[in-house]
Design a protein around this ligand. Structure first.
Ligand SMILES: [Zn+2]
Length: 256
């Protein structure tokens, strides 16, 4: 995997944004494999497809690329807020690639894949509407909050200039598929409880450790007044999917 982007033909583009888009997209097309099936390449959609930027000929997976210069950080700018929420709630999102690149050299620094089923509305932050004097006055964009994605769905492909082994990436993507939940509300619960599990620093923990998050979860799910049973239900789900094991009554061990 060559991390350097290719400047061939780039002189035809004048705006900085356009140049960055062309450079990053052609890098992905030339270097990136399909992290779902391992196919050696993914194809760039012709024209501006509203739904995705790339697809895999072998498994038909679709990918969208978001890139920014510098480190990826906590959030990445995206398009219209309402469109993004509609895509997530109707399960129309493709998988996402998030890329951070070095602006000076145009070399890829970080690349992360987030499988589509990890997106929940809570991950999407509404930006302030554009000012009345702007060309698209009143338009509301969004940020994708990368720090709200559980680590099981934040799959590193390149980390600080170092590509991660392809087999490791593919196996992580495949494990993450076990957490696929189509219903958006159920998905929110699963990832909120998973995030609590991730926040516990030890491998082994108890139900009481989880109940400490009751107040936090109540804030995120104000309609639900039975937080404790919900926690137990999600832990059971995580066990059934191979992410946890129950060691004894009220005791758990993390597997992944
Ligand atoms: Zn594929």
């Amino acid at each position: 995997m060559d991390l350097q982007m290719n400047f061939n033909g780039i002189d035809a583009y004048h705006s900085g944004t356009q140049r960055a888009r062309v450079l990053t997209e052609s890098w992905v097309e030339k270097n990136m494999y399909c992290p779902r099936c391992g196919n050696t390449k993914i194809i760039h959609f012709q024209n501006n497809r509203p739904v995705a930027d790339f697809y895999c000929e072998k498994c038909q997976s679709q990918y969208e690329l978001k890139s920014k210069d510098g480190v990826l950080g906590d959030r990445v700018n995206d398009g219209a807020y309402d469109t993004m929420i509609a895509r997530i709630t109707s399960n129309e999102n493709p998988d996402f690639f998030f890329m951070g690149y070095r602006k000076q050299t145009m070399a890829v620094r970080d690349l992360v894949m987030v499988p589509k089923h990890f997106f929940v509305p809570a991950m999407i932050e509404k930006r302030k509407p554009l000012s009345p004097t702007a060309r698209r006055a009143g338009w509301v964009g969004c940020n994708i909050l990368l720090n709200a994605i559980p680590r099981q769905g934040f799959i590193r492909i390149i980390e600080n200039g170092n590509p991660i082994e392809r087999d490791k990436v593919i196996s992580q993507v495949s494990q993450s598929s076990n957490l696929e939940v189509r219903n958006i509300e159920a998905r929110g619960w699963l990832f909120d409880v998973l995030e609590c599990v991730n926040l516990i620093p030890t491998l082994e923990f108890s139900l009481d450790d989880m109940y400490r998050f009751e107040a936090l979860l109540a804030v995120k799910h104000p309609q639900n007044h039975n937080i404790k049973p919900k926690i137990r239900q999600q832990l059971q789900y995580l066990r059934d999917k191979g992410f946890l094991e129950f060691t004894q009554r009220g005791k758990y061990r993390k597997i992944m």
